[in-house]
Design a protein. Structure first.
Lengths: 514, 388
């Protein structure tokens, strides 16, 4: 069947009937959510077990179950591979893997798919596992990708029932309180999986720093945790800092960042109380810097910056240019230090910032957001999941949540990456619909969604280079011959869910080339 | 013998050419299925345009744009076979006006595809593709061919110039290639006399004629950067119809005269250049400012140059353009005042009064002329340079 933006999606996957995307805010849900598992508090002060293997046994983990993880260590995570190895040694089969995200470090997951330990994945896949899944025929069912907020919603709604949540905890006590900002190897917030801890049949904290009771802040609480395990290694915080956290020196990218900052100013929202979402990536970081300098010049104090916490965002807090950082994820070690030390730096979880089925989302309070993309199309649809060759190489992150929430959503992209055009007729995969994308900023000019003539007028009045998206595409395509396009077969390898649980697109197996 | 050209840097490609009996073409790139059809058509067309047989080509692509691929192949093939005819790409470029605003001239190294990509987007009044100081001797041929292909492929919104090597050190070879890309003008380094400019003028005329371009269509910007150059300014500025601006090069100049770079040590040269240009009715452009991180210093130096009478200044990075454009653009107040001067003069003329006054100050003819020039200049900037 076709959904509201014309993408062909399957009617069912296994015994699950799929709901087609109907519009960014088209569905409403009411009534009770899924029930949490009832537990009676143990009158022991020690939930410690000697090993991951012992925890697996104690939780009764067996064939076909669902296990979940968070990704706060990003490419430095050491837990997922340990747990899967232990499951494989016990001969457990057909697990459904439900991580918030996988990274290149999780390449061994491929081996566990091949040996039958893992047969389904619901979660973002960055790198080799995504590429492997794209080839089709590898998993028992298509993978399911959700945004941070959508994943939280899916657990609360009972769409995904977790059997065992394994939570890498940089600091934990023996009774099951834990956080990610203290300990020997802090990784920032671990609240990504606070919902897992509450809804899972069993919750296991895995720590490399067992500290005296009570550990605080209590991102994960004693009332949610069944088992605590101490191991040598859970993750390498050095790896949460990636190359994308360097301020760019590229003149092209700096120009995009400067145009973005000027557009924010021209939009009229850069006044006292201004709020914005900055992410990682060279362009976003540079925009954050330029906006901070502009706020300082104009004597403006912002209400909050949302992260992806980075040194640059922390600098704005320290300079008094924003009052608060709402932080769902740390992108460098400066952000983690600031979480411990700065009263204005607040840990938040995806339920707070982006849950569609809740009574409020922090993203809805954003004045402006600047986000990246692998492709954008003439309908302003954005793809962050697949590359132009059809391979599934990235997760959704908070892209949908922030784009849907911010009053002005700006996509900052170069018109070309090497020989590959970024502005295309139709994106390979729709992650975020054009309905919630207001502005596309490129080095060759700024394209404004026809729904936002108000912004177009303001940008033009400020002398900014407002251009039709089609012209920008045409200019880039003059520099390179057309690329080939993948031809997709019928087999669906992954579903892209929208924030409300409907399906916005299906990723199909690439079977040839035009 | 195998000839190599290009590099394995991002945005470039490495081409190996070899004379063989059974020629082959091998292409490699990062995303083969996606990029191969496009790359193959560029390679095949370039090979056909060069009209060479018996040459094997290996092209290793690292995200090079079409014009980079074509340039690297042409360079390798011509190095292998000096008789191969240079490619003459189709170019559409309008001639620019002689006295258009030239507040900034943005330098870009002529053999670095990564830094050349998107050099047209930054809003520089003049982009200056460099074949001289920023290009190592071994890369001169590659650079002039790359610049030719870039000139043909990229529609510059404002002016694009090429700085060639000195005429006795490769400059004429530079011209033979780059004029096929129809730049708006040629920068002549180390200009010292009218004869230097005259020699370039004659070479330009010869090549323009050969290529079927209108003779006289290429402007000249002599760069004065030696002591003899400073003393020769007056002759250089009047050395022909093609000369529209003189640029000052302080680094070479201070070395030549044995000075440290200070405002005082440069003042004589700067003022001499400005006076010579003013006498000849052409523009003068100040030297570049080397410290990329010192924006305050740049703004100060640009304001100083503006005060001395310069019309523009060189930039070594797009980041410097804002400060330079600010310094050399009339402010809103200046424009408003100029309009009031012109209005007051018009009213006085209508009233048949010989003397014109505004706010109690006499307005004589030089003041009025200056106000009119300022208004015209402001309109041109607002209209994007070449607008009448």
């Amino acid at each position: 069947m076709k959904n509201a933006i014309g993408r062909e999606i399957p009617e069912r996957i296994g015994d699950r009937a799929l709901a087609p995307f109907a519009g960014a805010f088209a569905t409403t849900h009411a009534g009770p959510k899924a029930a949490r598992h009832q537990k009676t508090a143990p009158r022991v002060d020690d939930k410690l077990l000697p090993s991951i293997d012992a925890a697996i046994e104690a939780c009764g983990l067996s064939d076909g179950m669902t296990i979940s993880f968070h990704h706060s260590f990003r490419d430095g995570d050491r837990l997922i591979n340990q747990v899967l190895d232990a499951c494989a040694s016990r001969g457990i089969k057909d697990l459904r893997l439900f991580p918030t995200a996988l990274f290149p470090v999780h390449e061994p997951v491929i081996g566990h798919i091949e040996n039958g330990t893992v047969s389904r994945i619901e979660g973002s896949m960055n790198g080799p596992v995504g590429a492997f899944v794209s080839q089709g025929g590898k998993l028992a069912e298509p993978a399911v990708l959700r945004s941070h907020g959508a994943r939280w919603r899916a657990v609360e709604a009972g769409n995904v029932e977790i059997d065992v949540a394994f939570i890498a905890a940089p600091q934990a006590d023996r009774y099951g309180n834990a956080n990610g900002i203290r300990g020997k190897t802090p990784c920032g917030t671990i609240s990504f999986c606070a919902v897992d801890a509450q809804y899972a049949r069993k919750t296991v904290l895995v720590t490399n720093d067992l500290a005296p009771y009570p550990v605080h802040p209590m991102e994960i609480q004693q009332g949610w945790a069944d088992v605590v395990v101490e191991v040598d290694e859970i993750g390498d915080p050095g790896s949460i800092v990636s190359g994308t956290l360097q301020l760019t020196k590229s003149p092209t990218r700096l120009r995009i960042a400067r145009l973005t900052a000027e557009a924010v100013k021209a939009s009229g929202c850069l006044v006292d109380g201004f709020s914005f979402q900055g992410g990682a990536g060279g362009i976003s970081l540079a925009v954050t810097k330029f906006l901070g300098d502009e706020m300082e010049r104009a004597g403006i104090v912002g209400s909050f910056g949302m992260g992806g916490g980075t040194k640059l965002l922390v600098d704005l807090l320290h300079r008094g240019l924003i009052r608060t950082i709402l932080e769902g994820q740390a992108f460098d070690l400066d952000a983690i230090a600031s979480l411990r030390e700065d009263a204005g730096h607040v840990l938040i979880d995806p339920g707070f910032y982006a849950n569609y089925d809740s009574r409020g989302c922090a993203t809805y309070m954003l004045d402006a957001a600047f986000l990246g993309a692998t492709e954008v199309d003439l309908d302003f649809n954005v793809n962050v999941n697949t590359h132009s060759d059809g391979l599934l190489l990235h997760g959704i992150g908070g892209h949908q949540d922030v784009a849907a929430g911010a009053a002005m959503t700006m996509i900052t992209v170069p018109t070309l990456r090497g020989r590959i055009p970024v502005i295309v007729d139709q994106v390979t995969t729709v992650t975020t619909p054009g309905e919630v994308v207001d502005v596309i900023v490129t080095e060759r000019g700024i394209a404004v969604n026809p729904r936002r003539d108000d912004l177009k007028e303001r940008f033009a009045a400020a002398g900014l280079p407002v251009r039709p998206l089609e012209d920008l595409r045409h200019e880039a395509e003059k520099q390179v011959r057309p690329i080939a396009r993948p031809v997709f077969g019928d087999e669906v390898v992954a579903l892209i869910e929208w924030r409300d649980g409907t399906v916005i697109d299906a990723v199909r197996k690439a079977e040839g080339w035009t | 013998m195998e000839i190599l050209c290009g590099s394995e840097a991002k945005g470039d490609c490495l081409v190996a050419a070899e004379t063989v009996d059974a020629p082959r073409t091998e292409i490699s790139t990062k995303s083969e299925q996606l990029l191969m059809p496009g790359l193959r058509s560029v390679v095949d067309e370039t090979r056909a345009a060069l009209g060479v047989e018996n040459v094997s080509l290996r092209v290793a692509d690292l995200g090079a744009l079409d014009y980079v691929v074509a340039a690297r192949i042409e360079t390798a093939v011509r190095a292998l076979n000096p008789d191969a005819s240079p490619i003459a790409p189709a170019v559409e470029r309008k001639r620019s006006q002689r006295d258009r605003p030239r507040r900034s001239r943005l330098y870009a190294p002529g053999n670095n595809p990564r830094l050349l990509a998107g050099i047209d987007i930054h809003g520089a009044d003049c982009v200056l593709l460099d074949l001289e100081d920023s290009v190592p001797p071994a890369e001169k041929a590659a650079a002039r061919i790359l610049v030719k292909h870039l000139l043909a492929a990229v529609p510059f919104p404002d002016e694009v110039w090429v700085r060639i090597n000195p005429l006795d050190a490769g400059g004429i070879d530079d011209l033979e290639d780059v004029l096929r890309g129809c730049p708006n003008g040629i920068c002549l380094p180390k200009a010292e006399s009218a004869e230097d400019v005259g020699l370039l003028d004659r070479e330009l005329a010869r090549i323009e004629d050969d290529l079927g371009l209108p003779v006289g269509s290429t402007w000249i910007m002599p760069i004065v950067e030696t002591a003899p150059g400073v003393f020769g300014c007056e002759a250089i500025a009047t050395a022909g119809e093609r000369v529209v601006m003189i640029a000052f090069g302080a680094e070479d100049y201070t070395r030549d005269i044995g000075a440290r770079r200070t405002r005082e040590s440069l003042l004589f040269a700067r003022s001499t250049i400005v006076a010579a240009c003013a006498a000849a009715g052409i523009q003068a452009s100040d030297t570049v400012f080397a410290d990329l991180d010192d924006m305050a210093g740049l703004a100060e130096e640009a304001a100083h140059a503006r005060d001395l009478g310069f019309n523009g200044k060189g930039a070594i990075n797009p980041r410097q353009l804002d400060a330079i454009h600010r310094a050399f653009s009339p402010t809103a107040d200046e424009l408003a005042h100029a309009r009031r001067v012109v209005e007051a003069a018009a009213e006085a003329e209508a009233a048949g009064s010989g003397a014109v006054a505004l706010d109690g100050k006499m307005i004589d003819k030089p003041v009025l002329d200056r106000a009119r020039r300022l208004i015209t200049y402001g309109e041109r900037l607002a209209g994007g340079g070449d607008a009448a």
